[in-house]
Design a protein around this ligand. Structure first.
Ligand SMILES: Cc1cc2nc3c(=O)[nH]c(=O)nc-3n(C[C@H](O)[C@H](O)[C@H](O)COP(=O)(O)O)c2cc1C
Length: 138
């Protein structure tokens, strides 16, 4: 499995690492990949996509790397199972509702409700780990 994420100040990256811990605890292999290093052809060989991006701009995905990545995979992900996560600040999670709607619009099925955390995941580490375990059980 692969977790692909963008993170400016490390909060979404921390979530990615904790989700990885949950997947590993459940006995599966997983790589955590910064979106700037992702090999899209390899990623699309997988049946499950685990994607993380914080709320940026005005309730949008990060525009210079993550948004182009999603655009690039958009026509190639129909039928895949996806798990979405990310950190946010002062909003109400609209960016993630939009992200979910987009991915289902591209023909993906959500494994679980998206996992969102305000700023650092520190107080909610177990939730991230459990999210990973849920993904691993698919
Ligand atoms: C340029 C910028 C725009 C942001 N826009 C939003 C926003 O629209 N809604 C929101 O809830 N948080 C917003 N935030 C807060 C981030 O989502 C929050 O700090 C998050 O923890 C960053 O995650 P990261 O550490 O993975 O980069 C914004 C932060 C920055 C730097």
């Amino acid at each position: 499995m692969k977790i692909v994420y963008w993170s400016g100040t490390g909060n979404t990256e921390k979530m990615a690492e904790l989700i990885k811990d949950g997947i590993v605890q459940a006995g599966k292999n997983v790589q955590v990949i910064n979106v700037s290093n992702v090999n899209i052809a390899e990623l699309l060989e997988d049946e499950i996509l685990i994607l993380g991006c914080p709320a940026m701009g005005d309730e949008i995905l990060e525009e210079s790397e993550f948004e182009p990545f999603i655009e690039e995979i958009s026509s190639k992900v129909s039928g895949k199972k996806v798990a979405l996560f990310g950190s946010y600040g002062w909003g109400d999670g609209q960016w993630m509702r939009d992200f979910e709607e987009r991915m289902t619009g591209y023909g993906c099925t959500l494994i679980d409700s998206p996992l969102i955390m305000q700023y650092e995941p520190d107080a909610n580490e177990q939730e991230c780990i459990d999210f990973g375990k849920k993904i691993a059980s698919e």
